[in-house]
Design a protein around this ligand. Structure first.
Ligand code: R5P
Length: 268
């Protein structure tokens, strides 16, 4: 692997543990002002010290992220559909590689919509982005998007979608956790991180998801709503970090969450 490519990946997936806590704040690109991400700077600011990578669009990066922060940026470069559309799969590449380089992105991210009306378009978009990314040493993350069909999140579908992303050349794939996740992880020759999806009922549910995903082969999380829609987002991300980087158990993560919640952890 070229030095630039390798260095960029090492900035996101920490070589000391081989794992990563990515903070996902790119929801606005199709969902608009998502609850508790209405003002991105207010959401991101307290959490950034605990994120190994921040996932955003260029609009949020320019307006809401201080260029003096040194957290690596995972730049969302696909879009073109909004939550108002039934079919969210009609995406194109919305940000050029030149722009990603100008913004000093550590990686670029694009959704693929396997099994949808725009499957081919999204896979060809990925392949073009990979061709350009490889020219410049820019890792591409493929995101196995399910649009509104959350029930698609099973091992058979996700193993297929992740493998397609890796075969086309993504250096990292973001997917969902599911039952039999090891089947998904075993079928992917590149590292996988998991999203959290819509907010779960309890913190323990989130910690179980993270713990199981890592146990079954993920290298980390790229998580948003289950962190910043929680009433105690800093306590949440610190507890998740303990699982990802310190191999904390779910019970230990609950204790860390409760201690930080009690202490009123506010980040920076
Ligand atoms: C969708 O908007 C993005 O790919 C999100 O970054 C991804 O779904 C992760 O965020 P969450 O944990 O909220 O699902």
């Amino acid at each position: 692997m070229d030095w630039g490519m390798s260095n960029r990946i090492s900035r996101m997936i920490k070589p000391t543990t081989g794992r990563s806590v990515m903070l996902a704040c790119d929801h606005g690109y199709f969902m608009g002002p998502t609850r508790k991400l209405e003002n991105p700077r207010e959401t991101i600011d307290p959490l950034i010290p605990y994120a190994d990578t921040l996932a955003v669009t260029r609009g949020v990066l320019r307006t809401s992220v201080d260029p003096k922060w040194d957290t690596p940026i995972l730049l969302r470069v696909s879009g073109g559909a909004s939550i108002l559309k039934e079919d969210l799969s009609d995406e194109e590449i919305t940000t050029s590689m030149r722009e990603a380089l100008r913004l000093n992105a550590a990686a670029v991210a694009i959704s693929i919509f396997v099994g949808t009306p725009h499957e081919k378009q999204s896979l060809v978009n990925l392949s073009r982005l990979v061709d350009e990314g490889e020219d410049y040493g820019m890792p591409v993350m493929a995101i196995t998007a399910v649009g509104k069909e959350l029930e698609k999140r099973d091992a058979k579908y996700l193993a297929l979608a992740c493998r397609l992303g890796a075969e086309i050349g993504a250096r990292i794939v973001k997917t969902y956790y599911c039952e039999n996740f090891s089947k998904v992880a075993n079928g992917s020759p590149v590292p996988l991180v998991v999203a959290g999806g819509p907010k779960l009922n309890t913190e323990t549910d989130v910690f179980n998801l993270v713990h199981n995903a890592l146990d079954e082969g993920a290298v980390g999380v790229d998580m948003g709503r289950n962190i910043w829609q929680n009433d105690h987002p800093v306590a949440m991300i610190k507890a998740i970090r303990s699982i990802v980087h310190e191999k904390a158990t779910v019970k230990e993560a609950v204790d860390i969450f409760n201690e930080n919640k009690k202490a009123g952890a506010h980040g920076r």
